[in-house]
Every structure is written in C-alpha cells, then in structure tokens.
Design a protein around this ligand. Sequence first.
Ligand SMILES: *[C@@H]1O[C@H](CO)[C@@H](O)[C@H](O)[C@H]1NC(C)=O
Length: 216
Amino acid sequence: MEINNKITLLLISIFCLFSFSASRPSNSLFLAPAPGPSPLVVKSQPKEVANENTITFSIMPSNADPGLQRICGDTDHPIECVTTTAPFLQENMLIEPVSILKIAVEAMGNKTKEALGTANRLLLDPAVDETMVSCLETCINSYNAVLDVNMKVLDAITVHDLHTMKMELSANVENVHTCSDAFEEADIESPIKDFDSLLEKMISNSLAIGVDMVRF
Ligand SMILES: *[C@@H]1O[C@H](CO)[C@@H](O)[C@H](O)[C@H]1NC(C)=O
C-alpha cells in the first residue's frame, strides 16, 4: 500500500514534469513556473504564465504562421516583416522564402503607392515652399523608380533569375534613400519620413529574404 502510493506519486510527478515541459514556450525569458502548493497546481500554471510572457516579451505577433515567423525572424525588422505580409498569406500556400519574398515586394510596392499619393497631395498644398516642392518632387521620382524596379524584381523571381533579382532589390535600397536624403540635404523635416522609414525596413527585409534565403 505504502509502496503503491509512492509509485502513484512518482508517476504523477513525472506526468506533471512532462506536461510542464510540453507546454513550456520557446520564449527564453520564461524560466520557471510560479511555485505552487502541489505538483497538480503547478501543472495548470505554466499556460497562464506563458500567455502573459508572450504578450509582454515576444517580439513577434504570436499568432502568425510559424513558418512566416521563422523567415521573418532572420530579417532585421521581423515585426514589420510579419505585419506587412501575414494578411496576404493564402490558404494552403507553401510558406517558403520565395513566396514570402513575392508578398513582401508587392506589399512594399503598395506602401510606395500610398507614399506617392501622400507626396502628390502635399505638392498641391499652396503653403509648401520651393525647397519642400523640390524635395517632394525628388521623392515622387524615386517612388516611381521603386515601382518600376519592383516589377523587375517580380519578373526576375518568375524566371528564377537570382542575379537580376538581387541587383534590382539593391537598386531599390538606393531609390528609397534618395527621398530621405533630399530632405536631409535641404535640412528640412520630411512630412513623409514615416513612409520612408517603413519602406526602408520593408526593402531591407526583402533583401534579406531574397539574398540570404531564396534558393531556386
Ligand atoms: C496590394 O494592393 C492590391 C490592390 O489594392 C491588393 O489587391 C493586394 O492584395 C495588395 N498586396 C499586398 C501584398 O499588400
């Protein structure tokens, strides 16, 4: 009887240990469950603690596709990578670098079109001075160049031309910089700096995925 009880207790402890490690999140900040009065209480604890940690410490939207999280995790701006591509994943789609790259390039183009619209609207404002007009015109030209180049990147992906794809992606790094550089040189604050900062992150992510991860 005494031995039976001990074995039962041992089995419960092993079971608890096992289920604890099974529900343990990969988050390294999560170190140990809160101490509880008995193993059975401890067993129900990790999930709550894990959820809290995910919300507080995880750098990525935790509900995103795990494959997407892995790909985006290897870019310099993982959060922007996930948030700009996740809404466009299709059901049953193969989550691999080349498919995410296509979405990332397309999303970057869409954001560029938004920036273009804003720059064009600002140009019509009678209050903007000559320097501002000149900077905005530079940006409009570089945004149009970004869109042209994006088409070439997508074409290169379609024909599996790795070299052209890399060259064109790099050209877009330059194109995006041209806009922010114009304001910097004129020493005025850019009214579209948030666009440029996001576009720079998006193109950097495309480059990381396209150059380091895509294998044709
Ligand atoms: C880009 O914009 C088009 C047109 O609005 C939309 O259909 C498409 O889903 C968008 N794609 C991405 C990746 O943002």
